[in-house]
Design a binder for this molecule. Structure first.
Ligand SMILES: [Fe+2]
Ligand SMILES: [Fe+2]
Length: 407
């Protein structure tokens, strides 16, 4: 099996996986032989790559470097990252195997090096009992809604909004315009010709999708003053974007037709952490250090300390800013989706977070892979075998977007 760009696709090749469009609609089934007229269908529906059986269009498939000694070392360090999960569980087992291969291929040896305990506040000096404070819902400090987020929200809520209405709001922010056009022209969407106007991007990509993307990116950009001692913002963005891409891809594999909410949910799933780091710097320092001393999950350390964790804080922001309910559900339940009234979307974001942490793409401060909600997993009815293709497709999209996140 190999994933190839449609430019390298030739008639007669056999599909190793089904082909879906960006919204998850099935275009061709697995096992079909590619015919000439399929090329036109792929172009129309924005398909940029497909998974084919056999070799890579006649070329030798690049073999990952599998040095047994190296793999053993990576396995050992990856085991530590997975120490809060059940490695015997079939889904986790599959994600673990893929994570080892990914960390080997992309040389992610020390994915958590950006989360260090602070030198002037040694962990040993923290008395957990003395510093714990409970965050009551009414007292959670939240930033005011930025005007662009407010305006985008209004446009989204109005069913009469046109592509031009959206373009007008987006164009008020040159940085948002620039990054949206970069997204629109990247393999994430895979359009064959250049998109140079926001209104064209809205028409081609879709109103809901572009609004969600604009909303997610502008919300994240309002938190650009995170003290470096807690978190490298670039690393946080990488974690968020990868989680968004993987969420959307898992939704496609689940056969969900409208996948736009998944990218934004993944993008914003840990937004509560940015609020904690920005508004509670002293407490953030304590929480990060306590999670290290006790070797526990960061969200557990947050709960022990505040009485609630970043999912809860994130939900408050979504409510306060009157953002869509689907976001509230997926963010609030991303660590415990089986408790949600709408468990399926929350479970997909939950899985995407587990995979992103496993692969070690960026970080939101967490050093470990969060445990799987097995009840939600059982109810989802997805096979672990889909993770392989999801990871390969998602990483291809992620690396195409990575460079634009730095600016
Ligand atoms: Fe989280
Ligand atoms: Fe996360």
């Amino acid at each position: 099996m190999s994933i190839i760009h449609i430019n390298k696709l030739e008639p007669g090749m056999v599909l190793a996986d089904e082909v879906r469009d960006l919204s998850g609609k099935l275009l061709l089934t697995k096992g079909k032989t590619v015919q000439l007229d399929h090329f036109r269908i792929f172009k129309i529906w924005g398909v940029t790559e497909v998974n084919i059986l056999g070799n890579n269009g006649g070329k030798e498939e690049a073999k990952p470097n599998l040095d047994p000694e190296q793999i053993e070392k990576i396995k050992e360090s990856t085991m530590q990252v997975f120490s809060h999960t059940d490695l015997e569980h079939p889904a986790i087992k599959e994600i673990f195997g893929l994570s080892v291969l990914f960390r080997n291929e992309y040389k992610f040896f020390n994915p958590n090096s950006n989360v260090q305990p602070t030198e002037n506040d040694p962990a040993e000096n923290i008395n957990e009992q003395n510093c714990i404070k409970k965050l009551a819902d009414q007292t959670i400090k939240l930033p005011e809604v930025p005007s662009i987020v407010f305006e985008l929200n209004e446009v989204i809520a109005n069913p009469m909004s046109s592509a031009d209405d959206i373009a007008q709001v987006v164009q008020k922010s040159p940085s948002l315009t620039a990054i949206l056009l970069k997204f629109a022209n990247s393999p994430f969407y895979g359009f064959p010709s250049k998109i140079d106007k926001i209104s064209l991007a809205v028409t081609l990509i879709g109103t809901r999708e572009i609004c969600g993307l604009a909303l997610g990116l502008s919300i994240l950009s309002t938190f650009d003053k995170i003290p470096k001692e807690f978190l490298d913002m670039f690393s946080f963005l990488k974690h968020s974007v990868a989680c968004g891409i993987i969420s959307r891809m898992l939704a496609t594999h689940k056969g969900i037709s409208q996948t736009e909410q998944f990218f934004v949910s993944g993008l914003l799933h840990d937004i509560g952490r940015l609020i904690i780091y920005c508004n509670y710097p002293e407490d953030s320092r304590n929480i990060l250090n306590l999670s290290r001393i006790n070797n526990n999950l960061l969200y557990e350390a947050e709960s022990n300390y505040f009485g609630c964790n970043h999912s809860h804080v994130g939900k408050h922001l979504i409510q306060y800013w009157k953002l869509p309910l689907s976001l509230e559900n997926n963010i609030f339940y991303h660590h415990n989706p089986s408790e949600s009234q709408k468990p399926v979307p929350a479970t997909l974001v939950h899985l995407a977070d587990i995979i992103t942490n496993g692969l070690g793409i960026g970080t939101s401060g967490e050093r470990f892979v969060p445990p799987l909600d097995t009840e939600a997993w059982e109810a989802l009815g997805l096979s672990p075998s889909c993770f392989d293709i999801v990871v390969r497709q998602a990483t291809h999209q992620f690396f195409a977007l990575e460079s634009m996140l730095e600016n």
